[in-house]
Design a binder for this molecule. Structure first.
Ligand code: SAM
Length: 296
């Protein structure tokens, strides 16, 4: 297989002058490749581990960069901490997707968390993360974590236990991930959330998926009394700015007590998230992403 990887490396680098390009809606984001470390087709997707200049190792699924060692903390801190700090006592957490383990690592920084179920459809992603990305996947073996290899859709339909927080840390809304962004799945999720539960979903690039984000927000508002979008800068994702949507039955992240967040946050180490960033992300949503009426 080393010969095979070598051949791919030569073909790919010759074709693209040594660059890997992620292409989306006419935009091309380029990464200078130093090495191809892994390439396989799992039952669900094509998986690459590449080494990029300056960004370290990168996990690529179906030609989309999922993470680079250099900036993965931005996405993983931001998909986790706003919800976990908004909830006063998050004890049971469910992650759907997230097989690289980055969200799990961040969730377990919260001492209150007692049980964490991770539902990943593709066992191969977990194996690759454990082999090539130990600094991301190192908490997957923690005793509070239970890994379920399953489609998140079926897990939620069958499961009867309740969670304080559900995080949808999934690939883009195509293939097996598509259903996770549909109203039917979101309605099923309500059955596994506690009455004061919080749901977070990664919701793509504000610049490249504006209508998609609006559609998602619209039906989430039929489900949750509190729906908040928030945005952050993530260099290795197309468009540079990324969005998340938080749906909540009781706690509003914007009203969360900053002193209480501060007291909990002081006990952990983060590189991007802090109590001011918490509010900033929700309060600095660009006008074009708000309701059409408001942005006209
Ligand atoms: N940080 C990432 C990104 O670029 O948006 C997402 C991280 S993680 C690698 C996404 C994971 O979601 C993948 O490993 C994929 O296999 C998993 N996934 C996709 N559809 C799923 C489904 N229906 N149920 C469970 N996991 C799913």
């Amino acid at each position: 297989s080393w010969i095979f990887i070598g051949v791919i490396l030569i073909q790919m680098l010759n074709k693209n002058d040594g660059w890997f390009y992620e292409e989306i809606n006419g935009l091309r984001l380029g990464f200078l490749v130093e090495d191809i470390l892994y390439h396989e087709h799992s039952s669900y997707q094509e998986i690459y581990v590449l080494k990029f200049k300056n960004l370290g190792k990168a996990l690529i699924l179906d030609q989309c960069v999922q993470l680079t060692e250099r900036d993965e903390y931005v996405y993983h801190e931001l998909i986790v901490h706003p919800a976990l700090f908004t909830h006063p006592c998050p004890q049971r957490v469910l992650v759907i997707g997230g097989g690289d383990g980055g969200s799990v690592r961040e969730i377990l920084k919260h001492e209150m968390v007692q049980e964490l179920d991770l539902v990943e459809i593709d066992a191969e992603v977990i194996k690759v993360a454990q082999r090539y990305f130990p600094s991301v996947s190192n908490k997957l073996r923690d005793k509070r974590v239970k890994i379920h290899i399953s489609d998140g859709r079926w897990y939620v339909k069958k499961n009867r236990s309740k969670y304080d927080i559900v995080i949808i840390d999934s690939t883009d809304p195509v293939g097996p991930a598509k259903v996770l962004y549909e109203k039917g799945f979101q309605e099923d999720l309500v059955e596994v959330l506690n009455e004061d539960g919080i749901m977070v979903i990664q919701s793509e690039s504000p610049y490249l998926h504006e209508q998609f984000i609006k559609g998602l927000c619209d039906f989430l508002k039929d489900i949750y009394p509190i729906v908040r979008i928030y945005v952050y800068a993530i260099p290795s994702y197309p468009g540079g700015m990324w969005s998340f949507i938080l749906g909540s039955f009781k706690y509003d992240p914007v009203m969360a007590d900053e002193a209480l967040i501060e007291a909990r946050w002081r006990k952990m180490h983060t590189k991007y998230y802090n109590p001011k960033v918490h509010k900033g992300g929700f309060l600095s949503v660009p006008q074009f992403m708000l309701k059409e009426k408001e942005s006209e």
